[in-house]
Design a protein around this ligand. Structure first.
Ligand code: ADP
Ligand code: MG
Ligand code: ZN
Length: 477
């Protein structure tokens, strides 16, 4: 139904990859034996006092600057009180009134166009433990290793209008955190999680509709499905004359539906109050400047630059940018100005990617540098070797580590681009294949392909096919 507009706001929780937890010195690491990375602080024993890990603030500021936020020079910790078995203290230390970062934005690219999505706030908080349910036993086990793992929560404004935009937003956030090096961003390990808020309204309405929030959305594609499902559900209710009530729903990705978990709690239900065991967080201007200077070119800028300066498609630009090593070799290669950026992109995404897939390795682990890659591409662009030979040079280079020119020389791979020699070759082939010549002149244009094929064969694949084609056409027409 076209007359409705979907409105989406996302809350993204990202675990920070600091060495230790946020308020104690337990290691912050995933996949350890349950309940081994714990201490009185993260277990909430009476009398144990938290001490803030300074890195957490640094990482949050880094994220805030990358997402164009205002950094609050003074912010506070607040207690969010609730009971759940994975939260031994029965409160989570978070930030309520004054977060570290506020009022930012990121630009996403959807269908080739930029759109700005505003960020309401980024605050720091601690993660809770993990409940383990299994068919092998009755009841539930608890692993407290995750208690006190540092998180940032990035809260967007309700600026997205489709599941495509939501997906692009999530991907941009993930890539940005990856570029900053502050989160592992592994969805399957839960290091990025998101809550999805959806409402609908009739197109043209000034007011937003009532939102529902969905939890347990464990992948970006699940977010897309959850949004589609929720929008359809709400539109149906409105069409039938019903009302939407604010509630928290649980998304079941296997069944492809959501159900009510609880009607919406209000902030006051959590009895937020200032955390008495911690001081205010004070951030100095000089520290902000220092963190700012360590921020690299970010993925949305990079992708846009690749599209506008080098004519790459959005997909190509994203494929290059999403892998930081690939982006690095692309940027270095372009700077050498030896060959066309579009060709560098093609080589990286096809031949190099194939070698990576085959060996399951990163670009830095194969024997190719921006210099050697550009040398191969340049030889192909100049017609010194054929495209097919170029691919062969690359694969030999990856095995032996020899330079492209040495490989070309030793394997006698140069193409013959000598116009006079090639003309003689074409003349010879034409005089011996009168039938094809007649076919061609009688309108069977694909007879030309046969002639060129014969020339290639006779030259052992060394003739420059572009030149052969040109000569053959001239002689035949
Ligand atoms: P809560 O604590 O209830 O989760 P937050 O302020 O943390 O509230 O998050 C609210 C989220 O809901 C934000 O991402 C915001 O953009 C989104 N949101 C607010 N109003 C709407 C709406 N009408 N439709 C869709 N999303 C909304
Ligand atoms: Mg929420
Ligand atoms: Zn601890």
């Amino acid at each position: 139904m076209q007359e409705y507009e979907i409105v989406i706001g996302l809350e993204v929780h990202a675990e920070l990859n600091t060495k230790t937890k946020i308020f104690c010195r337990c290691p912050n690491s995933f996949g350890n034996e349950p309940n081994t990375n714990v201490c009185p602080v993260c277990m909430g024993f009476p009398g144990a006092l938290p001490i803030l890990n300074k890195r957490v603030v640094e990482y949050a500021v880094k994220a805030g600057l990358a997402m164009n936020c205002r950094i609050n020079k003074i912010s506070h910790h607040d207690r969010k009180n609730y009971f759940y078995p994975d939260l031994p203290k029965a409160y989570q230390i978070s930030q309520s009134e004054i977060p570290v970062c506020e009022n930012g934005y990121i630009d996403i690219i959807v269908n080739g166009a930029k759109k700005r999505i505003h960020i309401n706030r980024i605050h720091i908080e601690e993660d809770a433990g993990k409940l383990i349910h299994d068919d092998e036993f009755d009841g539930t086990l608890i692993d407290f290793n995750r208690c006190g793992v540092p998180l940032i929560e990035i809260v967007s404004e309700p600026d997205m209008r489709s599941s495509d935009e939501a997906r692009a937003y999530l991907e941009t956030i993930k890539m940005t955190l990856m570029y900053l090096g502050i989160s592992d961003c592994k969805m399957q390990e839960g290091s990025i999680r998101c809550d999805v808020n959806v409402s609908v309204r009739r197109t043209g309405d000034a007011e937003f509709g009532t939102r529902c929030e969905m939890k347990n959305v464990n992948s970006f594609s699940a977010a897309v499905r959850a949004i589609e499902y929720e929008a359809t559900r709400q539109i149906k209710i409105l069409e039938e004359g019903g009302n939407i009530y604010q509630e928290t729903r649980r998304w079941d990705d296997v069944k492809g539906l959501s159900y009510v978990m609880r009607t919406k709690e209000d902030a006051c239900d959590y009895r937020y109050f200032p955390e008495p065991d911690l001081l205010s967080i004070v951030i100095e201007e000089k520290d902000i400047q220092k963190i700012k200077s360590g921020i690299p070119e970010l993925p949305d800028e990079k992708i846009w630059r690749y599209m506008t300066s080098f004519g790459l498609s959005q997909t190509e630009a994203q494929l290059i940018a999403e892998d930081t090593e690939r982006a690095l070799i692309f940027d270095e290669s372009v700077k050498l100005k030896k060959c066309r950026p579009k060709n560098i992109c093609n080589w990286l995404l096809s031949d190099i990617a194939k070698i990576q897939n085959k060996n399951g390795c990163k670009i830095s682990e194969i024997c190719v540098t921006s210099h050697s890659l550009c040398e191969i591409i340049e030889r192909v662009e100049k017609g010194i070797i054929s495209n097919t030979a170029g691919k062969k040079v690359l694969s030999i280079m990856c095995e032996t580590g020899d330079s492209p020119d040495k490989i070309i020389r030793e394997n006698k791979m140069e193409q013959n681009s000598d116009v006079r020699e090639l003309a003689l070759l074409v003349e010879e082939v034409i005089s011996e294949n009168q039938k094809s010549v007649n076919d061609y002149r009688n309108g069977k244009k694909n007879a030309l392909g046969y002639i060129i094929g014969q020339c290639m064969k006779r030259s052992n694949g060394k003739a420059n096919p572009a030149i052969v084609k040109e000569i053959a056409e001239k002689l035949l027409d």
